[in-house]
Write a protein that binds this ligand. Structure first.
Ligand SMILES: *[C@@H]1O[C@H](CO)[C@@H](O)[C@H](O)[C@H]1NC(C)=O
Ligand SMILES: *[C@@H]1O[C@H](CO)[C@@H](O)[C@H](O)[C@H]1NC(C)=O
Ligand SMILES: *[C@@H]1O[C@H](CO)[C@@H](O)[C@H](O)[C@H]1NC(C)=O
Ligand SMILES: *[C@@H]1O[C@H](CO)[C@@H](O)[C@H](O)[C@H]1NC(C)=O
Length: 624
């Protein structure tokens, strides 16, 4: 091993003697236009990682800065934080293997996701021959509030620039010295994360709703991913736990989101590293124990942030899963060529708890941050999770997620090759965000049948930021009721029937045939903010994705075509590929994506600037 390492190092040094490291990396990035050339890119990056984390990161920072992929401070902060994790992973994998393909899918957008690795999730018992029937006796529903993606920016500064070039604005950034063009409002502004005032307004409104409990599907921390550190994140998590406790007068069932430092840095237990996310689990275990109980709080600590808790006075078990172990931008997940079906045992925990619920005749709600339907979810784990959903479909009443920031849903089917109302058998409610970054702030209220724990209605409330009152006292008003809006659109839905998966499937059919309804859904996604019509391929893809709780059935594909276009246009054309925008803010993934799709004009001047920037970064390193 050591000999191989030395040999590789020697080889790397010899190769890089000819041209500078950073120039070689730029060449490889420039040539990365297909899945195959992305593998070649990794073949170039791998030897650079053997020269050390600093050289690897500095090369990427210099490229990011020279190509203006992000502001200089963002390039530097993000890559200094996440670069070493990527370097660690690249050192441990083959540049041509399947993990590399996954990396090229997630970070560079040049490979399609590889086919799912066959794995049969083990179940302790077969489906009971006579599954318990959950019947409504027509009792009045109880209320549950669902809020998500609060992303509170404790450094938000009213009056600062709200139209900036960084992933989030409305802060006093050192490099912003000119006159303010758009002034950050006292309560909030688009392009920025949530103010403390907006968050408190939402929590106080929630508190007045007479709820049995609330669910919070994660993401507390603001999207300043280039600045995060453990001290800051811990303080943010604690403060929001305290605020929920102070303002919400019934229990809150939360989940783990992206909040680690670096962001998404949740290593698998198979990785040998001193980095750990245990402090996140410890902080949340302590903060949540008041609502979920001490036994469940202990699970948070020992099951990598997941827990299971029966809501007091009910037969409803809430299973909260840390799905960041299935998330493409958790760069620790690329550090082995060995396929790991169940990182940190999250799937096994879900099975164990679902079996306990089935044995006890309880109903289950699954809650988590990233939905397994997401374009950001690995197809493998989404497939395995879907097997669990199918096995326990009688027990799981519904699922609840956040992450996308938009108001949407995803349907599971007993047969994905035959997607009709009678094969639709589970539904994921994906809640809109509180953060107004790219939408109007929102939360949900569900009316829940107390016998079946099924959803009778889902009502979304928003605060419209274009209202004059918003900047003084935000008003929360009903945006729509799913039963009223969609029930009518599918030709009526019996008042005694819950909003089943069949209901939601019929809604997607109505979207196909009734374009006005579909465009209304598109508008509701961002709560009326920055709406553009979605037609043709866009519409087909959106409807396809709503029917894909199992992500391999979604219609997201890599887009190498755009990169070919870039290659042909490098002499001066201008073709942009969509920026891959993330819930938690711009990370290394978005930077790779931007760099490989940027239509820069390669020139001697550019190369000189690149070399100078890189040399300066290296020099700082040596004097530090
Ligand atoms: C924000 O800044 C961009 C780039 O400078 C500019 O094109 C845009 O018009 C500005 N938006 C507003 C609302 O001022
Ligand atoms: C950590 O982040 C906080 C803000 O969240 C900041 O005040 C502090 O200076 C940072 N610490 C370090 C060592 O960078
Ligand atoms: C990692 O976690 C899984 C699931 O809890 C467990 O089965 C496995 O033994 C752990 N592996 C190590 C190396 O700790
Ligand atoms: C799933 O649906 C397809 C298409 O209708 C059908 O050919 C197939 O037999 C179905 N599979 C099962 C297991 O029912």
């Amino acid at each position: 091993m050591l000999i191989w390492y030395r040999f590789a190092l020697l080889l790397a040094l010899t190769n890089f003697a000819r041209a500078s490291v950073v120039s070689n990396v730029l060449d490889a990035l420039e040539q990365a236009v297909t899945c195959a050339s992305c593998h070649a890119l990794l073949g170039v990056l791998k030897p650079v990682t053997l020269l050390g984390d600093t050289i690897f990161s500095n090369a990427l920072i210099a490229i990011c800065q020279t190509l203006n992929a992000e502001d200089d401070d963002v390039c530097k902060g993000v890559i200094q934080q996440q670069g070493p994790i990527v370097a660690h992973s690249l050192r441990h994998i083959s540049a041509s293997g399947q993990t590399a393909t996954k990396f090229c899918n997630a970070l560079v957008g040049l490979c399609d996701a590889p086919a799912v690795n066959a794995y049969t999730v083990p179940f302790p018992k077969v489906v009971p021959s006579t599954p318990k029937v959950f019947t409504s006796t027509g009792k009045a529903p109880f209320r549950v509030v669902h809020f998500s993606d609060v992303h509170i920016d404790r450094s938000y500064t009213p009056g600062s620039e709200a139209n900036c070039t960084k992933p989030i604005c409305c802060r006093k950034f050192a490099d912003q010295t000119g006159a303010v063009s758009v002034s950050a409002g006292p309560i909030g502004s688009h392009g920025c994360d949530t103010t403390g005032a907006l968050s408190q307004s939402m929590l106080k409104t929630v508190s007045a709703q007479n709820t049995l409990f609330s669910i919070f599907t994660g993401d507390v921390v603001e999207a300043s991913v280039w600045l995060v550190n453990q001290t800051g994140v811990t303080a943010d998590l604690k403060q929001f736990n305290e605020e929920m406790a102070a303002y919400v007068n019934s229990p809150v069932y939360p989940v783990i989101g992206h909040e680690a430092a670096p962001i998404n840095s949740f290593p698998r237990n198979t990785t040998s590293t001193s980095t750990t996310a245990q402090w996140v689990f410890d902080t949340q275990s302590q903060g949540w124990s008041q609502w979920i109980g001490t036994a469940s709080a202990s699970q948070v600590q020992h099951i990598s942030g997941s827990y299971s808790s029966v809501v007091s006075g009910t037969d409803l078990r809430i299973i909260s899963l840390n799905t960041v172990y299935w998330y493409k931008d958790n760069f620790w997940l690329y550090d082995s060529d060995k396929v790991q079906p169940d990182p940190n045992g999250i799937l096994a925990f879900a099975v164990e708890q679902l079996q306990a619920a089935e044995d006890a005749g309880q109903r289950v709600w699954i809650i988590a941050h990233m939905p397994p339907s997401s374009a950001d979810a690995f197809h493998d784990q989404s497939n395995y999770f879907n097997q669990i959903v199918q096995r326990y479909q009688n027990t799981i009443a519904a699922q609840f997620y956040g992450h996308s920031h938009v108001d949407e849903f995803a349907i599971a089917y007993s047969n994905y090759s035959n997607q009709i109302d009678t094969t639709a058998n589970n539904v994921a409610y994906i809640a809109p965000s509180l953060t107004p970054r790219n939408a109007n702030p929102a939360f949900r209220i569900y009316d829940v049948d107390p016998d079946t724990y099924e959803i009778m209605d889902s009502r979304t409330f928003i605060s419209d930021m274009s209202d004059a009152s918003f900047q003084t006292a935000p008003v929360w008003k009903l945006e729509y009721s799913a039963r009223d809006l969609y029930g009518a659109a599918i030709g009526g839905w019996s008042a005694t029937q819950s909003l089943t998966a069949a209901f939601w499937h019929k809604v997607t059919e109505a979207f196909s045939s009734n374009d006005a309804l579909f465009q209304q859904f598109i508008s509701l996604k961002t709560r009326g903010f920055d709406v553009t019509a979605c037609t043709g391929e866009c519409k087909t893809k959106v409807i396809c994705n709503l029917r894909a709780l199992r992500a391999e059935n979604s219609c997201n594909v890599a887009t190498p075509g755009f990169n070919f276009a870039r290659r042909e246009n490098i002499a001066g054309g201008s073709i942009h590929r969509g920026h891959r925008d993330h819930c938690e803010g711009t990370g290394l993934g978005s930077i790779f994506n931007t760099v490989t799709s940027k239509d820069f004009v390669d020139s001697e001047t550019l190369r000189e600037r690149l070399e100078t920037t890189y040399a300066a970064l290296q020099a700082t390193e040596e004097t530090a």
